[in-house]
Design a protein around this ligand. Structure first.
Ligand code: ADP
Ligand code: MG
Length: 244
């Protein structure tokens, strides 16, 4: 069963086509890495999944249910709950502690009782290696620590799918690995993940499938070993020769 399906999805900004006839299926428990040059439409593709952007034509199905169209606000809230997202910029609430950031969604949106939300948030912070930093504010945490709080915050909503949009691109090199390790352990726990990344090592090691996008289109979709050792498309070879 696919958790996320794109069926012939296109998106234009004004007259500028950004996604062109994208079809993709993400199965439960799969990690799909989306790679490709800047401007390829990778972020737009992810943003359409939780409807931060609306696709123009085609269908996006989450758990078999089409999204977009004349969606009611309630359905949008449920969608955003089903789909967790982690951005390049961590976007934590600066006035809340790490614990407060992770508790906020469950308490305000899910109406989880505070005591329970706190327990769950503590467990999540432990899971991302930040048990000892729960009381700190974002300004007191390193970039890598903030991004791990952002991951815990997304997980607190108990999403069925996690989207990562260049989650490590804004980090100093020494902090990239600590975030990738958290992502890798989530994948090992069976989380369904759609990961836009420039970390080719991560894509190769952790992803079940690699999707190369360029000019709003899927150029190639393969198992990582095939993609990195024997890509089918000239466009893929050209991309790999620049990034590897
Ligand atoms: P990527 O994440 O692969 O770098 P994006 O999805 O961010 O690509 O962008 C794809 C194209 O869409 C780019 O040409 C970008 O300028 C354009 N684009 C993205 N967001 C908007 C927007 N809100 N309005 C107009 N154009 C946009
Ligand atoms: Mg992007």
């Amino acid at each position: 069963m696919s958790i996320v399906s794109f069926r012939d999805v296109s998106k234009t900004f004004g007259s500028h086509p950004v996604l062109r006839n994208v079809s993709l299926d993400i199965e439960e428990g799969q990690v799909v890495a989306i790679i490709g040059p800047s401007g390829a439409g990778k972020s737009t593709l992810l943003r359409c999944v939780n409807q931060l952007e609306r696709h123009s034509t085609g269908e996006i199905l989450i758990d078999g249910t089409p999204i977009g169209g004349n969606q009611r606000k309630r359905d949008l809230i449920r969608l955003r709950q089903t789909v967790g997202m982690v951005f390049q910029s961590f976007n934590l609430w600066p006035h809340l502690s790490a614990l407060g950031n992770v508790m906020e969604g469950p308490v305000t949106v899910l109406k989880t009782p505070v005591a329970i939300a706190r327990q769950q948030a503590e467990a999540l912070l432990k899971q991302v290696g930040l048990a000892d930093h729960a009381a700190k504010y974002p300004g007191q945490l390193s970039g890598g620590q903030q991004q791990r709080v952002a991951i815990a915050r997304a997980l607190a909503m108990k999403p069925r799918v996690m989207l990562f949009d260049e989650a490590t691109s804004a980090l100093d090199p020494e902090m990239v690995q600590e975030v990738l390790r958290v992502m890798e352990s989530l994948a090992a726990d069976g989380m369904t993940m759609l990961v836009v990344t420039h970390e080719m090592g991560f894509a190769r090691k952790v992803a079940d499938r690699v999707v190369l996008m360029a000019n709003g289109q899927v150029v190639e979709e393969d198992a990582p070993e095939t993609f990195f050792t024997n890509p089918k498309e000239e466009r893929s070879r050209a991309f790999l020769s620049r990034v590897l």
